[in-house]
Ligand binder design. Structure first.
Ligand code: NAD
Length: 383
């Protein structure tokens, strides 16, 4: 009988809100398969507070203030990254070079050019880097994807993908927010990315995107709202909204297929009950009832994604959310920005090396790139 796989040794880089609030509970949920052995943060107070929190849960975690020192001393099997976005590429590449697998917070990196560096580091190390998109891994999303992919709901025709959230000036007072160099973009890169990642996961390859972006309220370099129209390869048309200006907050995906509408309404995470299936008039009740059968009841969560990654680690195969899947979501972001800032439709695959939107999400556009002359906040700008 084969031996069970060894318990993996994990380290976290960044011990702020998402690591303490979501990665630590995820590690605890998989304590039989993975052990947290080290944490890195440049802020020693945060590091100490995190280690104390882990100790309350019975975990003795070594503390480091530099990633390289941690990698040299600990040689972890797995590194979970929850630092501000501008650090993701460098820390992911360093962890891969040390032979560790990586689960990095979204966005995985700031541009397609940075993604290429991560792909090269994967290639030379043999380890893999996945990006956190926890909404893919809840059982409601797994079930909906299977129903759509199998054709059970009929061909997808129309979709809506809505991230209408609200962030105030205090939120944008944090220095790394709203800046291209540190956050990579506005709600397109930071907030709506969860929802359109899930839309892409459900509907597959897209063909063409048209978009608009505006800076209506906040004193940011990047946009505070963007909207897009998308044509999928199978012919379906979708609308996408990414907003931090919406007092009534909701995250929503709706896909109208030939035989049913499937609809997800939530805010920051979903359960099976948040998915609603409405049959077309020609569908008989027994068939529709089968769509609504409860799944295994796994909410979307970091724990669900970590479990899928540990399965891949045990099997030695590319984990979900890495490689081409991670690149596809970044490509969609780059294409949305390019379409919005140039006013031209963008086709899938057209943004390659040499394209300014491959280097940076702002594409060097004179109205949007850092340092560009901007109109006063409040007057808005749509491109
Ligand atoms: N998946 C989700 O639902 C979700 C939700 C919120 C945030 N996030 C993502 O998580 C990441 C972190 O967000 P947050 O809200 O936890 O931020 P945060 O500011 O609370 O935490 C970031 C931590 O990184 C530390 N840090 C900064 N530079 C470092 C360095 N060089 N080495 C080690 N540590 C360093 C900071 O001191 C801080 O403790 C972002 O990429 C964000 O987009 C994801």
């Amino acid at each position: 009988m084969p031996l069970p796989p060894a318990r993996r040794r994990a380290a976290v880089i960044g011990t702020g809100a998402i690591v303490a609030g979501s990665h630590l509970p995820a590690l605890a949920a998989h304590a039989d398969r993975v052990e947290l052995v080290a944490a890195v943060d440049v802020d020693e107070d945060r590091l100490d507070a995190f280690r104390a929190l882990a100790a309350e849960q019975g975990q003795r975690v070594a503390g480091f203030t530099a990633t390289d020192a941690m990698l040299d001393a600990v040689h972890p099997d797995l590194v979970l990254i929850g630092t501000p976005p501008a650090l993701h590429r460098e820390q992911t590449v360093a962890a891969l070079a040390a032979g560790a697998w990586v689960l990095c917070e979204k966005p995985l990196c700031l541009s397609l050019a940075e993604y290429d560096e991560i792909a090269a580091a994967e290639e030379s190390s043999g380890a893999y880097a996945s990006v956190v998109f926890q909404h893919r891994y809840g059982s409601g999303a797994v079930h909906a994807r299977e129903l759509i992919a199998s054709g059970e709901l009929g061909a997808p025709r129309v979709a809506h993908c809505q991230t209408t959230w609200h962030r105030d000036a205090g939120y944008y007072a944090v220095p790394w927010r709203g800046r291209w160099a540190s956050e990579g973009g506005g709600p397109t890169m930071g907030h709506g990315i969860h929802q359109y990642d899930l839309m892409l996961h459900l509907l597959g390859e897209w063909e063409e995107i048209r978009a608009m972006a505006a800076r209506l309220v906040h004193d940011t370099e990047s946009e505070d709202v963007s909207t897009a129209l998308v044509r999928f390869r199978g012919g379906a048309l979708a609308t996408v909204v990414n907003s931090v200006l919406s007092p009534d907050e909701v995250s929503r995906i709706r896909v109208d297929c030939a035989d049913a509408t499937v609809e997800l309404t939530h805010l920051y995470g979903h359960t099976d009950d948040d998915w609603v299936y409405t049959p077309a008039p020609h569908v008989d009740a027994a068939r529709a009832a089968a769509w609504r059968r409860p799944g295994p009841g796994v909410p979307s969560s970091h724990a669900a994604q970590l479990g899928a990654l540990l399965d891949a680690l045990d099997a030695g195969v590319r984990p979900p959310g890495s490689g081409p899947e991670a690149r596809a979501t970044l490509e969609f972001a780059a294409a949305l920005y390019k379409a919005a800032f140039t006013g031209q439709p963008v086709r899938a695959g057209e943004i390659g090396p040499g394209d300014p939107f491959h280097r940076a999400m702002h594409g060097g556009h004179p109205d949007w790139a850092p340092g560009a002359g901007r109109e006063p906040v409040g007057e808005g700008r749509a491109a």
